[in-house]
Design a protein around this ligand. Structure first.
Ligand SMILES: [Zn+2]
Length: 264
């Protein structure tokens, strides 16, 4: 797809009903990144079919005039003329955990992805994460979300440093016990021997290993070893990490993660 084309492959991150028959949608475009659009007369419209459903990848035909206006003024919505579904993630809706996981990804992108910035790596990662969520067991949805968050922080350059104890610099294999203790403001952990009085959130060694593998491997190739409960602790840490290190998420924490935590 060329840069000048007004057809764009996009995912739907969010839809907001507007007036009687219109929808305002937040799109994640392969070539233009995150953008807000309006689809007129799209409510219950055959013309749009399921293309405006959340998590669906569609090719959108966008009015080129509105793209130019949008480039000059962020507030101007681009106008969607038509759309053709390419991949609907219908498997997600069969499980509450998977749907909750996919909602977390969308919320993270809406709040943490810079607008109008093409992010082909994140576009690909997001597509693979959705397919991964479809394929995985429902109880592993939370592990997939953690992996996505970790990869997203890598892309932003604010990933936690998880290989060694922050204090004694021993590796995960070298430290005693089965747990280490997260230090949110440092984006790191310390071991049980070095732990100061006030401690920190306990994370199992298994879930730290999952976190390493999440940062090193393609998202659909990760072999998770930690339990869902352990991943719940990791998610708790990652949420605080995002609040601390990611502009856009510093004031508004993720809200959809609560569904994942309650489901385990
Ligand atoms: Zn230590």
């Amino acid at each position: 797809m060329s840069e000048s084309s007004h057809r764009q492959l996009c995912y739907v991150l969010k839809t907001i009903p507007f007036k009687e028959r219109d929808l305002i949608v937040v799109l994640f475009s392969e070539t233009r990144g995150k953008l807000s659009a309006i689809a007129r007369n799209s409510v219950q419209s055959r013309r749009f079919g399921g293309t405006l459903d959340l998590f669906t990848a569609s090719e959108f035909e966008i009015d080129p005039k509105t793209i130019r206006l949008n480039e000059m003024n962020d507030e101007t919505l681009v106008q969607i003329l038509s759309a053709q579904a390419k991949h609907s993630m219908s498997g997600l809706s069969q499980s509450f955990e998977k749907l909750s996981g996919a909602s977390c990804l969308n919320e993270l992108l809406i709040k943490g992805l810079p607008a109008h910035k093409a992010s082909p790596e994140i576009f690909k990662l997001y597509g693979n994460a959705l397919i991964g969520l479809e394929e995985t067991a429902p109880e592993l949805a939370i592990a997939m979300v953690n992996a996505f968050i970790l990869k997203f922080t890598q892309w932003l350059g604010v990933q936690p440093s998880l290989t060694r104890c922050l204090a004694c610099e021993k590796s995960l294999n070298e430290v005693n016990g089965n747990e280490v203790f997260a230090q949110v403001s440092k984006g790191a952990w310390i071991c049980g021997n070095c732990i100061p009085e006030r401690g920190g959130l306990a994370l199992s060694k298994a879930v730290i290993l999952d976190a390493y593998h999440s940062m090193l491997n393609p998202i659909r190739k990760i072999q998770f070893v930690a339990t869902p409960k352990e991943h719940e602790q990791l998610l708790h840490f990652l949420e605080q990490h995002l609040l601390y290190f990611v502009p856009g998420l510093d004031k508004v924490p993720l809200s959809s993660t609560r569904f994942l935590k309650n489901s385990n």
